[in-house]
Design a protein around this ligand. Structure first.
Ligand code: ZN
Length: 480
């Protein structure tokens, strides 16, 4: 089995972390029973290794899963009550899992929660947001709602916000804090011994990173927070535009537009670029660490807390067991280390450096742009051709131009990730990166104006423009 995570956490460090001696009947009848008197660490370790390496479960009832939607609904409350153990009743017996959620008990819970929330609900929330904005667009076009009053934005944003609260995913997942009884040490020991079986019965694995403070687990918070801020900025823009439309002072209107688009846009993008450069540096650090990965350099909570005859509770060392399991699976620790240094490192860095900004994520991020564009489309209720042109242009920007512009920004941040000696130079570099990415947009805009005659609102030309830009984006996406 190729490990997908570099970290293995067996249990909660706040509780006794590993299998305690004298657990209540953790062994099925076909295995020799370990009595309290003659059990010692070595025997229990061998038993543990036998179960883990063969990925077996002590009893079918030990395999428990929980619905992802239940975790999302209850986790914030139990977290506020500081009683994560009360998640256990939400779980139920399960033969298969849609996903195995691996995480570090040390990481910030709120960030992990937002990550899960984003991954589970963002797609349906955005789909409902677009459908709601489309309904508003039709109602405004038919004259049932007043034009340019923000209905599309409002309904789009409402659909986006309400969907996660109502979304009930049928996905059954394994999450240790919900599926392992943290109070009953016997059940806990059995579940830990059966961890291999949990993995074996899972269709996929989600690793929520919070390891060694290298990878900030902020992908979900950044994308979700960014989209909400972008949506709010669109609402503010729509409101400001309506107010300025009635303003007599054209120079004042132009100045406000320049400040809003230029100042705020470049400033926000500059901060974003600065954060992305920090992210790129942490990925590079991880890359360097994995290049020299040695199993001997790893640590385990049980070793930090101490175990063995000198401590009150004799526990089996997770780390020693893990090494034996690895030796069983890979042949030797050396082979495992070389696999981590080569295949695992390449796959992980590819995920973090290239795939974290996927096309789908960027498309979702810019959904508020579609809501605001529907406002304009709806205002041409009597002219269906003009509405079609508007929609075509909206899709050109949303599906082709914005995603690639941001991928370009991300690639440039990665390329110019090296830290300068002074903070102000760092910030200047970030702004330079943003301006370079913005040049792509300016080039696109000039081509739109002079080649595809964007302002003449010709249906055929806008269709050709959409197809051309989608093709160009597909090619650029592949080569960058
Ligand atoms: Zn240990």
């Amino acid at each position: 089995m190729l490990p997908k995570s570099l970290e293995t956490e067996c249990g909660n460090p706040r509780f006794p972390p590993a299998v305690l001696l004298g657990v209540e009947d953790p062994v099925p009848t076909e295995y020799p029973k370990v009595s309290e008197e003659d059990a010692d660490g070595e025997e229990l370790a061998n038993l543990y290794i036998m179960f883990t390496t063969n990925m077996r479960v002590t009893r079918p009832e030990i395999l428990r899963g929980v619905r992802a939607s239940e975790v999302l609904r209850h986790l914030p409350w139990v977290w506020l009550r500081r009683d994560l153990t009360s998640l256990y009743p939400l779980s139920h017996e399960a033969a298969k899992f849609d996903q195995f959620w691996s995480h570090s008990w040390k990481g910030a819970l709120w960030a992990k929660y937002v990550n899960i929330f984003y991954l589970q609900t963002c797609l349906p929330a955005n789909i409902v947001g677009i459908i709601s904005a489309s309904v508003a667009c039709v109602l405004v076009s038919e004259g049932l709602l007043e034009a340019r009053k923000g209905w599309c934005l409002l309904l789009g944003f409402a659909g986006f916000c309400v969907t996660p609260l109502l979304w009930r995913s049928g996905k059954v997942v394994f999450l240790d804090m919900a599926c392992i009884n943290q109070r009953d040490q016997g059940l806990k020991g059995e579940a830990i011994i059966s961890m291999g079986a949990f993995l074996k019965q899972s269709d996929s694995m989600l690793v929520l990173w919070a390891v060694l403070q290298i990878i900030p687990p902020l992908l979900g918070p950044a994308l979700l927070g960014g989209e909400i801020l972008f949506g709010l900025a669109c609402v503010a823009y729509a409101y400001m535009e309506t107010s300025l439309a009635s303003s007599e002072d054209l120079r004042f209107s132009a100045a406000v537009h320049v400040v809003y688009h230029g100042g705020l846009g470049i400033l926000c993008s500059g901060f974003l670029a600065h954060a992305l450069q920090g992210y790129a540096r942490s990925v590079e650090t991880l890359n360097e660490q994995l290049c020299g990965f040695k199993a001997a350099g790893t640590s385990s909570t049980c070793c930090e807390q101490g175990h063995g005859p000198e401590t009150e509770t004799t526990v089996v060392c997770d780390r020693a067991i893990l090494f034996q399991c690895i030796t069983h699976w890979y042949g030797s620790l050396d082979k495992f280390e070389s696999q981590v240094q080569s295949e695992v490192r390449t796959a992980l860095i590819d995920q973090l450096a290239n795939k974290s900004m996927s096309y789908q994520r960027l498309l979702l991020f810019f959904t508020p742009y579609v809501w605001i564009r529907f406002e304009y489309t709806a205002s041409y209720g009597g002219d269906h051709i003009r509405q079609l042109v508007d929609l075509t242009q909206t899709f050109t920007y949303w599906m082709a131009v914005y995603p690639f512009m941001n991928k370009l920004l991300f690639r440039l941040c990665y390329r110019f990730r090296a830290r300068c000696c002074r903070l102000h130079r760092d910030i200047l570099l970030s702004v330079a990166v943003v301006i370079t990415a913005f040049l792509y947009y300016i080039t696109f805009y000039i081509i739109q104006l002079y080649v595809f005659q964007q302002n003449k609102h010709d249906l055929v030309l806008s269709m050709i423009s959409l197809v051309s830009w989608l093709a160009v984006t597909a090619i650029l996406w592949r080569i960058t």
